[in-house]
Design a protein around this ligand. Sequence first.
Ligand SMILES: [Zn+2]
Length: 230
Amino acid sequence: MTPDARSSPPSAWLPVWAAVRRLVQETADLAFASVCAGCGAAGTALCASCDAALAPHVVRLRSEGVPLRAGLVFGGVAASVLRAVKEDGQTSLIRPLRPALAAAVDDLCAGAAAPGRIDVVVPVPSTRAAFRRRGYRVPEILARGTGIPLLRTLSYVRRVQDQRGLSAHERRTNLAGGLIASRTGAGASALIVDDVITTGATCAEAARALRSAGFRVLGAVAVAATPRRG
Ligand SMILES: [Zn+2]
């Protein structure tokens, strides 16, 4: 190795170091967290009984023609753990949520709605405010864990209001035309990934943006979905 090569390590190693650092941090989080994110029991980040409560139970929905699948009903332990991930920075808890997302992907792809293979997974983008607050993008971390090639192509074309607290109709209006794809799809099959499906408005808008860029949208998957009344 020349002295030059030693003093400037190849930039290809940087993502490896970032991944190692995150793994060390997450292992430490799991080992030293004082309470269970699901039930508050002391001594562990997620107790065995809450871990068992995250066993997938697929929810099937549809929004504006887009098939939606979630691995869990949003409520109880699933809601508490997702809140810990999204609001308390406990990204180590994404790992026990992965089986739910995988079940949603399997269920969608087994159905007639999504024949053929998936070319890319496209995470729903986080709003700038959400990214500033958290410092990480949950749908993107989830999408990365599917093992399917990730494509970050969606972004907001304008400021949208925080969706929390809005009705289904307000969410649709708030988001209409709000997303754009930066790449052309040329017929590539795409699966949209989000963390939680509430009304389906975000996934429907993501599907519209991807379709208008030439992607073939298979549907959208999430860890959990809010149950619908009626
Ligand atoms: Zn627990």
